[in-house]
Design a protein around this ligand. Structure first.
Ligand code: NAD
Ligand code: ZN
Length: 357
């Protein structure tokens, strides 16, 4: 079978591999819709998680089940499915403690394109099919559905981890597809005022649609100062960090109130200096005593999560398809779509590839 792989740091290419084998509780799935992710860019071109050789990329997919193991109960060949980006080992110690995304070590639930072949292939393997697949609801478009495995799950987690109370003031830094999903999540959690920090016109339009009440541009000066000004010096109850370089936590801490949560969902592909650190402002963080919590998390995966996200979409709470600005047709267009994600033209939010089956 054919797949689009990371050949080594900084290089991608098409490769041939054997079709994966199916274990008794697993499934082999063919892609129906695929989306490249900024995380693929960090992985390949920044070497953020280390070198990988001939590893098939991709972790955002809808698919059609091609084969199931003999212990799989709820899925059969031909079923259309949502495939979560994160496919935990649900019987692990971390899952039992409530952190399934971190099974088997930090980020261990993230298997596709991390330590096993990803979904940018003619066939891919899903562990624990009954736990890690969800049926694609009839009537959900592929452009909407393919946003669930990572964009909605991660963005909504950003809002969930931010402990947003009804009426809270929230700032979302970075309005790519992850930040936009976080804005939608903040609105669903009951936020009052939502500041969106970003400038690209296509993203600003969707940010307003998803619930942003104020748009903040870095071109108009220091973004934290602008938010402090607009809140009479008070700052915000929650900051969701969904973009920016390592010093972005400096801004986030500065605009956060006492009692706030800085909910980071950004993937820092690199840090600062030889020690590879992320800076936090000492005085702004009350010398370590300011009651400004910093939360982190990896996209939640699994079947129930996908089913709940599908409920949000099928009941019209938000339309994820608004983020699909560039839609390609055909598996062969994957490389072009991935390179587009790397180049990030100003009118891009998220590229999607529809695969004919
Ligand atoms: P994106 O690049 O499309 O969006 C990030 C945006 O932030 C860009 O528009 C960029 O211009 C903007 N930005 C950069 N510096 C900024 C600043 N100082 N102030 C305001 N905006 C700034 O990326 P995306 O696809 O939306 O993903 C966002 C991040 O989330 C990436 O790092 C990605 O790898 C990560 N991610 C994390 C998880 C997770 O599980 N935690 C899952 C998926 C993606
Ligand atoms: Zn992703």
């Amino acid at each position: 079978m054919k797949g689009l792989a990371m050949l080594r740091i900084g290089e991608i290419g098409w490769i041939e591999k054997d079709r994966p084998a199916c274990g008794p509780r697993d499934a082999i799935v063919k892609p129906l819709a695929l989306a490249p992710c900024t995380s693929d860019i960090h992985t390949v071109w920044e070497g953020a998680i280390g070198d990988r050789h001939n590893l098939i990329l991709g972790h955002e997919a809808l698919g059609i089940v091609d084969e199931v193991g003999n212990e799989v109960r709820d899925f059969k060949p031909g079923d259309r499915v949502i495939v979560p980006a994160i496919t935990p080992d649900w019987d692990s110690e971390a899952a039992q403690r409530g952190f399934p995304s971190q099974t088997g070590g930090p980020l261990g639930g993230w298997k596709f394109s991390n330590f096993k072949d990803g979904v940018f292939a003619e066939f891919f393997h899903v562990n624990l099919a009954d736990n890690n697949l969800a049926h694609l609801p009839k009537g959900m478009s592929p452009e909407a559905g393919v946003m669930l495995p990572d964009m909605l799950s991660t963005g909504f987690m950003g809002a969930e981890n931010a402990r947003i109370e009804i009426g809270a003031t929230v700032a979302v830094i970075g309005i790519g597809p992850v930040g936009l999903s976080a804005i939608a999540g903040a609105k669903l959690r009951g936020a009052g005022r939502i500041f969106a920090v970003g400038t690209r016109p296509a993203a600003v339009t969707v940010a307003k649609e998803y619930g942003a009440t104020d748009i903040i541009s870095y071109k108009d000066g220091d973004t934290a100062d602008q938010i402090l000004d607009r809140t009479g010096g008070a700052g915000v109850d929650a900051v969701i960090v969904a973009g920016g370089s390592p010093d972005i936590l400096m801004d986030a801490v500065k605009m956060a109130k006492a009692g706030s949560v800085i909910s980071n969902i950004n993937y820092f592909g690199k840090g600062v200096g030889e020690q590879d650190i992320l800076p936090i402002p000492r005085a702004g963080w009350g010398f370590g005593m300011a009651s400004k919590d910093i939360a982190t998390g990896l996209c939640p995966g699994g079947r129930v999560r996908m089913e709940r996200l599908a409920e949000v979409v099928m009941h019209g709470r938000m339309d994820p398809a608004l983020m699909a600005t560039h839609v390609f047709k055909g598996f062969d267009k994957l490389e072009e779509a991935l390179l587009l994600m790397k180049e990030k033209p100003r009118d891009l939010i998220k590229p999607v590839v529809l695969v004919e089956q």
